[in-house]
Design a protein around this ligand. Sequence first.
Ligand SMILES: NC(=O)c1ccc[n+]([C@@H]2O[C@H](COP(=O)([O-])OP(=O)(O)OC[C@H]3O[C@@H](n4cnc5c(N)ncnc54)[C@H](OP(=O)(O)O)[C@@H]3O)[C@@H](O)[C@H]2O)c1
Length: 378
Amino acid sequence: MHVALTGATGFLGLRLLRRLLGTHPSVTVLAHAGSADALHRITRFFELTGSPEAFTAELPGRLRVVETDLAQPRLGLSGRSFQKLADGLGAIWHSAGSINLEGDLPELRRINVEGTRHVLELATAGRRAPLVRHVSTAFVAGSRRDGVAYEDELDDACGFENAYERSKYEAELLVHAWSRKHGRPALVLRPSILVTDLPPHPELPSHPLLVIERILRDARCTAGTEEPGGPAGRPLVRMVGRPRGRLNLLQVEHAAEVMTRLAGLTPSGGVDTYHVVHDRDVPVPTVVTLLERLVPLSIDLVAAKPDTPSALEALLDFYPGMTAYLAHRRRFDDTRVRTRLGPSAASAPVGLDYLWSGLALAPAPGACPAVLPSARYA
Ligand SMILES: NC(=O)c1ccc[n+]([C@@H]2O[C@H](COP(=O)([O-])OP(=O)(O)OC[C@H]3O[C@@H](n4cnc5c(N)ncnc54)[C@H](OP(=O)(O)O)[C@@H]3O)[C@@H](O)[C@H]2O)c1
């Protein structure tokens, strides 16, 4: 079965591609038109992560790169090219998207919702009825900060922490509507926050924790040091959060492995949704300790926004879509994954050392970035 993958140059997409190349002789990469050379970036990823030379040398022959734009009808292809592409496929993995937690809804809808619509149209057009593997997020659970989120749930009763979550929720609704309308199966994979212990590198995609670290560093540098003092002379920043909160962080390599194994199971015929999550959450104070190690700040978790924010706190107010997660305590139920895959679905612990390793080559504590990073993931 020939597979196509969107988002193959992304943080998760590269790991999915690694898995797919383990079981398929070739893969069609639906690359982002106008973005930098996808084949080169993919090759650099495999080189930097230790793949044998013989493997990387074969990549140009094993990858068929088709330039596409998710936001355009027919993914920006001509009618003929679109049909030809569709007819050659047995499965479509849709991992591309915008994961900008601070993005605005129209732009996120354009990429994440309309993008999914166009990918589903590709699946509809294919004469072999290609299988759809849609990468969603556990965060379609929205603003429900406590309790348990189940794999079967998909509603907007609690609202959303940010437009990203809403756009991913709307994309999942499209997958359900498509499956009902065409009587076709679909796989929906909902990972939690994906992390790595691979040190940052300019040629590798960024990831959520790296972005948070950069935002804090940026704000710290912009605000200067004239802030209310925390311990050891560090500027104090009061952030809304819960000392007993917890976050689900999962190794990106493990997520890709679980996802490809789930894709190998017999589909039910409708939409099969799986929470691809860690079985142990990370306490919010661990994340706070990590951030304090990386950026010279002292973070105080408070119940409500301070009435008179410092300059630094006011700057961080620009990132409400990101900071909200420090107040989360909910758990993601992954019974369906564990039932289908058994104990092998469990991952090694994600601790402070693992996370530190994935951020460790960030600028030394105290250093300000030469170029102020934007909130958007590179
Ligand atoms: N990272 C996480 O922690 C996380 C957690 C839960 C769910 N997810 C989901 O996992 C999926 C992959 O995330 P990721 O971390 O790999 O994201 P990422 O690193 O930001 O990669 C996004 C990918 O989408 C491509 N893309 C963006 N706009 C496009 C467009 N208009 N047309 C075609 N391709 C486009 C990018 O291509 P270029 O690089 O060439 O622009 C890139 O390959 C997303 O659906 C996300 O919602 C991620």
